[in-house]
Design a protein around this ligand. Structure first.
Ligand code: FES
Ligand SMILES: [Fe+2]
Length: 454
């Protein structure tokens, strides 16, 4: 690494050289868990996964297991899944409904708001002298965006709304579409042999599509007639596709002609009867058109659609989690997010379509995971690790625009968002506290009636 007063100087802003040790070094990984996962707002669950009082769902904040609960007043809590006596894990089922959690070691019992309410032998063994109020489960800050539950351990972090900032303007086009709310279907879970940052880096990498996914695209083209898109399409200027970077979040989006995203637009649907599903989708989209325009305004409803994206630090392509499991392993949790009032048949078709693409055995995911594993392996090798990675594409060719919030690249194919991501990583890793971390102000007007919470 280049010697400076900052501990981490891993990216040269001019040459785009990136130090590979951040993908494999155990000490750096351990520091990431404290400085990034201990300070960031993290997606942990979706409200639709805990719809009723006393529902719970097990999740993770980085490596730490948490229980996401709804108490009997419907308030959401995110609690460290650890008994405060010796540290036994309290909840073991992936999800369920329970008013309280009893530790299987010595029987301490906690309510689903985290309060410790029962200690066996409290009067006799502890002489009635234990203060239960100081032994409740550790609880994170909680907020929701359009039904997605986020949590944060750091009391000095900004609000979730400021954390997402102008990125929400794009995110609304996927996550904030319906008066009835959205539902999350899943998860599929699997392990990949790669560092957790590599799939995040890949979210704004549209350079690889024409190569890595050629065979997958060709197969889909032959089977279902979907159009092939090659590098010339991606490199073309002007282009309907763009990149933007906001607060660590890497966004790609598509700008189309008026009403291009209405009935008849391409959807990722899978089921037995493709034409019936497309018809069902068209009818549903048509029935929701006026509502969508009211919620997001005409421009975002009809002309703008967020595409591949990452939300800092580890949220990839939607409500999907890339959970760190050591420097060389990442656990993926894949969900599909769909309008709650869509017909059940359509929900299933979109969920299957989403998994068909980026689930554990998704045709695109399998192409990607091979690349990510190789990239991580190379960073471990004795000679190879001394050669930096290169993310120089488009240096100096981005800026602010009148039309779209964030730092926007001139061309669609660019590594702007990767450079922004690793710069954000450095900012967190070099910061002693949130006092040293900046957040861009919200500048955009949010047209329409959709609010931050849904
Ligand atoms: S570790 Fe939980 S009651 Fe002892
Ligand atoms: Fe890919």
């Amino acid at each position: 690494m280049v010697a400076t007063s900052s501990k981490y100087n891993i990216l040269d802003p001019v040459t785009g050289r990136l130090d590979r040790r951040i993908f494999v070094d155990q000490e750096i990984y351990d520091e990431e868990m404290e400085k990034i996962f201990g300070r960031s707002w993290l997606m942990v669950c979706h409200e639709s996964l805990i719809p009723k009082k006393n529902d719970f769902f097990l999740s993770y904040m980085g490596q730490d297991p948490v229980i996401v609960t709804r108490d009997d007043k419907m308030k959401i809590h995110v609690l460290l899944n650890m008994c405060t006596h010796r540290g036994n894990r309290l909840a073991r089922a992936d999800d369920g409904n329970s008013k309280r959690f009893m530790c299987t070691y010595h029987g301490w019992t906690f309510e689903n708001d985290g309060c410790l309410t029962h200690i066996p032998g409290e009067q006799e063994a502890y002489y009635g002298e234990v203060d239960k109020s100081r032994l409740g489960m550790a609880e994170a800050r909680v907020d929701t965006y359009a039904g997605i539950i986020f949590a944060c351990w750091d009391k000095d972090a900004p609000s979730l709304e400021d954390w997402l900032g102008d990125a929400r303007w794009y995110m609304d086009t996927i996550f904030n579409r319906s008066d009835a709310g959205m539902v999350a279907m899943g998860p599929q879970k699997w392990m990949e042999q790669c560092n957790w940052k590599t799939p995040v880096d890949n979210c704004s990498d549209n350079y690889h599509l024409a190569f890595s996914h050629y065979s997958s695209m060709y197969a889909r083209h032959k089977v279902s007639g979907e159009p092939m898109r090659g590098l010339p399409d991606h490199l073309a200027v002007p282009n309907q596709n763009h990149h933007a970077f906001v607060n660590g979040h890497g966004l790609t989006f598509r700008v189309a002609q008026d009403a291009a995203f209405g009935p008849g637009s391409q959807q990722n649907l899978r089921g037995r009867d493709a034409s019936r599903l497309q018809k069902l989708n068209d009818e549903f989209t048509h029935s929701k058109q006026a509502e969508l325009e009211r919620r997001l305004g005409k421009y975002r409803a009809n002309q703008l659609r967020m595409a591949n994206h990452s939300i800092f630090p580890n949220h990839v392509l939607g409500f999907r989690l890339a959970l760190p499991r050591g420097p060389y392993q990442t656990e993926f949790w894949h969900f599909a997010v769909i309008e709650a009032d869509a017909p059940e048949e359509l929900k299933l078709a979109r969920s299957v379509g989403s998994a068909n693409q980026n689930g554990a055995s998704g045709v695109f995911e399998q192409d990607d995971m091979d690349n990510w594993g190789q990239v991580t392996q190379a960073s471990k090798m004795t000679v190879a690790r001394h050669y930096p990675a290169d993310i120089s594409m488009g240096v100096g060719h981005s800026g602010r625009t009148e039309e779209w919030p964030g730092e926007v690249s001139e061309r669609y194919i660019s590594e702007l968002n990767q450079r922004g991501y690793y710069n954000r990583w450095m900012e967190f890793m070099n910061a002693d506290s949130w006092r040293d971390i900046h957040v861009d102000p919200i500048t955009v007007q949010f047209e329409g009636t959709a609010t931050f919470h849904g």
